[in-house]
Design a protein around this ligand. Sequence first.
Ligand code: ATP
Ligand code: MG
Length: 604
Amino acid sequence: MRTKAMRMSTLFLRTLREDPADADVDSAKLLQRAGYVRKVAPGIFTWLPLGLKVLDKVQAVVREEINSIGAQEVHFPALLPREPYEATHRWEEYGENLFRLQDRHGADYLLAPTHEEMFTLLVKDMYSSYKDLPVVLYQIQTKYRDEFRPRAGLIRGREFIMKDAYSFTVDEEGLKKAYQDERGAYERIFKRLGVKYVIVHAVSGPMGGSESEEFLAPLPIGEDTFALAPSGKAWNVEALTTPRPEPVDYAETPAMQELDTPDSTTIDTLVERFNQLHPREDGRDWTAADTLKNLIVAVKHPADDDHPEGWRELVAVGLPGDRQVDMKRLEAQFAPAEIEEASEADLAAHPELVKGYIGPRVLGPQRSDTESAAHIRYFLDAHVAPGSAWVTGADAQGMHLANAVYGRDFQSDGVVEAAEVRHGDMSPDGSGPLSFERGVEIGQVFQLGLKYSDALGLKVLDRNGKAVPVWMGCYGIGISRVLACIAEMHHDDKGLAWPKAVAPAAVHVVATGKKQEAFDAAEKLVADLEDRGVEVIYDDRPKVSPGVKFKDAELIGVPLVAIAGRDTIANGTIEIRNRDGSDVQAVPADQAAQVIVDRIADLQ
Ligand code: ATP
Ligand code: MG
């Protein structure tokens, strides 16, 4: 099919020599400088012709792969009424990130940040039998989120483009299959688009919710941190499980002792006191890693049948003194409950808790016979090995225990992930030490389960005529964010360097000099390429210097550059080279189109 070239003389484009003052990352600078987008307000951008070309290509790849797994495209409004979001509590839960507005009659509306409710209601509207399922629907739509800090250009916008897909199946097995299909499509999409990605386990296994994985583009400008194992497996820090330590044989461990440790309410002073007053017999010094600190936190449980207002529970967590607690990791263990530090009032209600000297003897199973105060469950961090001996609180001013053995002298109510994860910790799969990297979330696949079907009453009749709730999954890709990540990964200090799959054109033809022959040769080449269906940007501007033209070509970042100029006039050749200046070839003008077509075929 014939493809019309974009001529620089008429293309709606102005390249900029300077970076926009407020652009904070390379993709934001270059996409604006090279004339792909213009900023309207923080996190809000206008797409120019070149930008739309790339956007169309990204969307085409996404559509192709999502269609290939049998999903069907629909399109919802972005402007939605309040009621469905009220039913799922998200009208409130979304907080300040939600753009809310009113119509002329005072009715509440929102600009959708995501569309779970609408898809659920649509299927409820139209389907009623297990025979209708499975069905997977998707859209490519503009979303609105009033992000606290729009940043990095298109990467965190307030108006942005998302592909969101939703699967509806009659059972959990169907959901797992739909999830795998979608996950497979994501891998193909990101490979085709030239985006490096890491699949990160997003939800913790044992106590956490349903299965979810995030696709992160590993980029130092990213806001997400993930832990990477030598095997290539990766985890969100909140989802990371610590390999369980081997049990320690405590047959030789001396009996637990109560020891004086005046003024030692911190781990540092405790270690100092022990080294002064109770030196170890094996010659080494006590360190923070020998101590077990016990924190009291408040767990805020959501409403249930017995507690319509929710309820608050104090819980104790023991972890090695050389590690900090990671409240987000701990909270993930108690989801959907939230966690906060215990208040003075919480502690005052428990006189058995002696601040700075809290020990296991007043906690958990040790106190299940408690008299007055409510029972405080006691959880141990996963680093605490069964049989290991600790220095820990003795529940009296200035007193600590030594040789308190877990499993001999005290028990727990369970093991949790409470401690921070450190660079060098062993990875969950045992493949070696973890390292930390930063990334940008470009997609997420999520097994929602029954959350939305329950909230909105989406049921179908099963084989036996019984109404059952529908299993749902949701699957998002940030289309405009992915485009920016491609730019982030494919550029140099001179400009963008698009992979072939998304470049706005395959070749940038430049006519240089003042002589008409060069322009005639370029025109001929462009016509030839148009006939062959090659996408071309043609710099036909008569009065612009070669230097400016080459700079623009580098900035715009099309994979191949073809030059008609002095050499064309002198010996009838056209120069063909890659965007980065490599693989320079001088070919006779009448063969140039064929050489370009062949080189395009070889491009990545
Ligand atoms: P983040 O943690 O980065 O805020 P999210 O987890 O809230 O993202 P989802 O609700 O999972 O985002 O949305 C699906 C996809 O939409 C994300 O994986 C991401 O690629 C994209 N996305 C989310 N927020 C934005 C935004 N403000 N600008 C551009 N793309 C976004
Ligand atoms: Mg997400």
